[in-house]
Structure formats: C-alpha cells, structure tokens
Design a protein around this ligand. Structure first.
Ligand code: PHE
Length: 338
C-alpha cells in the first residue's frame, strides 16, 4: 500500500504539472481526491492493514493528500494569473475611460421633493395609504354620496371585490384621522387613478399631493396663508395666488386655487393648480363613527384640506406640453432636467 500511495502521489503531481488550464487541473483533482479518485479508493483499503501498521499508513495517506492539495493550490493560482494576463492582453490601460454622464432625478421627483420640503418646514408630516382602496375611504367617509359621478364605473377602476384604485389621495386623510386624534397635520403624496381618455393633459394614473390640518381653531386664513406661502415658495415669491369658490363634497367652503404665471413662450395667465377647503363637518362625523369615539367633535374641531396634481405642477414649471412625456422615459426628454 505504501508503494501504491507513493505512485499515486507521483502520478498526481505529474498530472498537476501537465495541466494547461483550470479545467484540466480540476479533472486532475477529481481523478485523485474525488469521491472515486485514486487516493480516495486506496484509502478505503486502510481497514485491511494490520493494526500495528495502521497509524503509519494513515500518516502516509494524510501526507500525500496534503502534498497534492498544496500542489493543486499553487497551480491554480498560477493558471489564474495566466488567464488574467491573457484577458488584459492588447488592452491599453492608459486610454481615457468612457465618460459616464451623471444621472438626474425625474422632473416629477424633483417637484414632489420640493413640495414636500416646503410643507415639512411648515410642520406637515408625511402620511401614506394603500392605492387599492375601499369605497368607504375613497368616497363615503369623504361625504361623497353613492350617486356622485366620481363613483361611476366610467370614471373609476373597480375590482370584482368591490375595491377600487383610489381616485385621489384624500383617502389617506381619512386613514390618518382614523389612526390619530387631533391635532393633525399631514401631507400625502402618491398615485391616483381615473378612467380618463389619455391625451396631452390626461393619463389614467397621475400623481397627487394632498394635505390636511385639523385642530381646535384652524380657520380659513390659515388655509389661505399656508397655500399662498406654498405656491410662492414653489413658483417665486412674487407669484399672484387667487382662491376661486368651487365645490367639493368633503370641504365647505371649497375653492380652486389659481396662480398667475407665465409658462415659457406664452403670455402670463391664471392657471388652476389645486383644490382646497375647510373640512366639512360631515367628514368628522364619519371619522367619529369609524373610530367609535368623539375625538373629532364637529362643534370644536376645524381643519383645512388641499390637493394638487404634481404632474400638472411639473408641466407648468418646465413648460411641458404633453403629460405623456412624463411617463415615456425618453432619455432625450429626461436629460434636460439634469
Ligand atoms: N381630492 C380633490 C381632487 O382629487 C382635491 C381636494 C383635496 C380638494 C382636498 C379639496 C380638498 O380633486
């Protein structure tokens, strides 16, 4: 057996020396040390070796395995170096690297981040909610009756389960009030979905940012001051802002907000940018019922809410004529915002 071991070791070292690549080296390793390798098979014979010789033969086996393994390692390193060098052959490391143009944030992300940062400075916290909503959070709790056009299947994406893709982020305001007693001051940026015909100013998914402030004595001037400040921060400190009476089921009184702006290449004009109003007491009633308490007592709780389309704000800010550009991800378009 001693001779066998010696012969295997000699043979293995010869194979290792002869190996010309990692593959043939691996073949050599398997042929000797693998499950059915020559050294492995010989090692099985140790059970027939007379007791007094077992220790010596065992040592021989271990020594042979160590020598072969070490030779395999050395050869492996050498082969890898050769392969690496071959891969680099013909390459000129002194050539300048290919330019990697820096990336940029999408215009929607830019405007959203800016809007969030202005509102956070005024103490609004970020809130979030599901895009797949139920009718209660999207409509009922917002004082929007069953026969309101927004609830029509022609306007809203419904699932068979009765759930729907939220038509506005106002649902987050309901969820926030359910979860937290006043005072509350939150903003909810996120996607909203409507069954609109797709054209230059409409997509079936768009991005909103809504806000809500509720407390003991929040009044219309707070609403006005907050939003005037907001739009002047966003569009410039001298921007004119006007509040036009409007109707929303969940606010009373309600307004649409226009800002007077000059879009690139056009004459200055009033542009509608948001909806807002004082929270309708009927909304507080619905919240109390859902919370099963009286935390939003309509007698001494007031608040304001507002909502705006971020896509629209981006289009105004940069004079973008077609909303579809915002989702097509054409780098020629996006590069302009870097
Ligand atoms: N939810 C309204 C919309 O999607 C916007 C809005 C929010 C209006 C809050 C008033 C108050 O059009």
């Amino acid at each position: 057996m001693k001779e066998q071991i010696g012969a295997i070791e000699k043979d293995a070292l010869a194979q290792i020396t002869a190996a010309i690549n990692e593959r043939s080296l691996d073949d050599a390793r398997v042929a000797v040390l693998g499950k059915k390798g020559s050294l492995t098979l010989v090692a099985v014979g140790i059970k027939d070796v007379p007791k007094e010789d077992k220790a010596a033969v065992g040592q021989l086996l271990n020594a042979a395995r160590a020598v072969i393994s070490a030779a395999l390692d050395v050869k492996q390193t050498a082969l890898r170096e050769i392969a690496d060098r071959a891969a680099l052959a013909g390459m000129d490391p002194t050539l300048p690297a290919r330019a990697l143009p820096p990336g940029a944030l999408h215009p929607l992300t830019q405007i959203r981040d800016q809007a969030i940062s202005i509102l956070r400075r005024m103490g609004f916290a970020l809130a979030d909610g599901p895009e797949i909503e139920d009718e209660f959070h999207c409509f009922d709790a917002l004082n929007t009756p069953a026969d309101h056009p927004a609830r029509n299947e022609k306007d809203t994406f419904y699932f068979d389960s009765g759930k729907l893709l939220r038509t506005h982020t106002s649902s987050v305001q309901i969820r926030s009030m359910e979860a937290q007693a006043p005072p509350i001051r939150i903003i909810a940026p996120g996607s909203a979905y409507r069954r609109d015909e797709i054209d230059a100013t409409h997509l079936s998914v768009f991005n909103q940012l809504e806000g809500l402030a509720v407390g003991a004595d929040i009044s219309l001037p707070d609403l006005k001051g907050t939003l005037e400040y907001f739009f002047r921060e966003l569009f410039g400190t001298t921007t004119e802002v006007r509040f036009r009476p409007h109707f929303f089921p969940f606010t009373e009184p309600s307004f649409e907000i226009d800002v007077k702006l000059q879009i690139k290449g056009q004459a200055p004009r009033w542009i509608e940018v948001a909806g807002c109003g004082m929270v309708d007491p009927a909304v507080f009633d619905a919240i109390n019922k859902s919370r099963k308490d009286h935390a939003y007592d309509p007698e001494n709780t007031t608040g304001f809410a507002f909502g705006m389309g971020l896509d629209r704000l981006a289009m105004i800010r940069w004079g973008i004529r077609d909303i579809r550009l915002l989702i097509e991800n054409d780098v020629r378009f996006l590069r302009q915002f870097a």
